[in-house]
Design a protein around this ligand. Sequence first.
Ligand code: G3P
Length: 215
Amino acid sequence: MKFFIDTADISEIREAHAMGMVDGVTTNPSLIAKTGRRFEDVLQDICAIVDGPISAEAVAESAADLLADGLRLSAIHPNIVVKLPLTGEGLKACRELTNRGIRTNVTLCFSPAQALLAAKAGATWISPFVGRLDDIGHTGMDLISQIVTIYGNYPSLKTEVLVASVRHPLHVVEAAMMGADVATIPFSVIGQLLKHPLTDIGIEKFNKDWKKVPV
Ligand code: G3P
């Protein structure tokens, strides 16, 4: 299973990358806005650290404008993946970018039907938002299970399932058990995945005992 990091914070990307936890990066307009920096500058910095797919979101309504923005973004670096909204216009832009050999990540997916359409349009990745579904009283991970089943039924569909809006370690563990291709994980959740109190207690005891070993 691949791990992408869901952040535009360069120090978080650097830290997670050093641990080998970053196969790719996803950004969105909210994450970019949080940095207070120019979008292109942030993307350049990420591309200098990570040699893997880096999602940059096209922000426009019409297919023509999404396509133009997507082409502009993909020209920044070969690792840039164009993130597109799951709308009819977004799917048109997806199809066109796919035809031109540019990778896409279709985002804001909340139903298996939407995921099927994105795959038909040739999306490289589909991003179902599990946390936001949980927020409104649906079980987000059920959607992952449905999409994995649907895509698995049709090997001609090449779209990978990228679990997004991950909020806690169980989202990642369940995604792995369901066979999702990728989870895009906030930096804080990587820390939660890492931590176990028995590891900390064990280290403390080994360090204490080590001091008793004659030198
Ligand atoms: O990047 C898309 C997604 O992961 C956003 O997550 O926490 O804002 O729902 P969240």
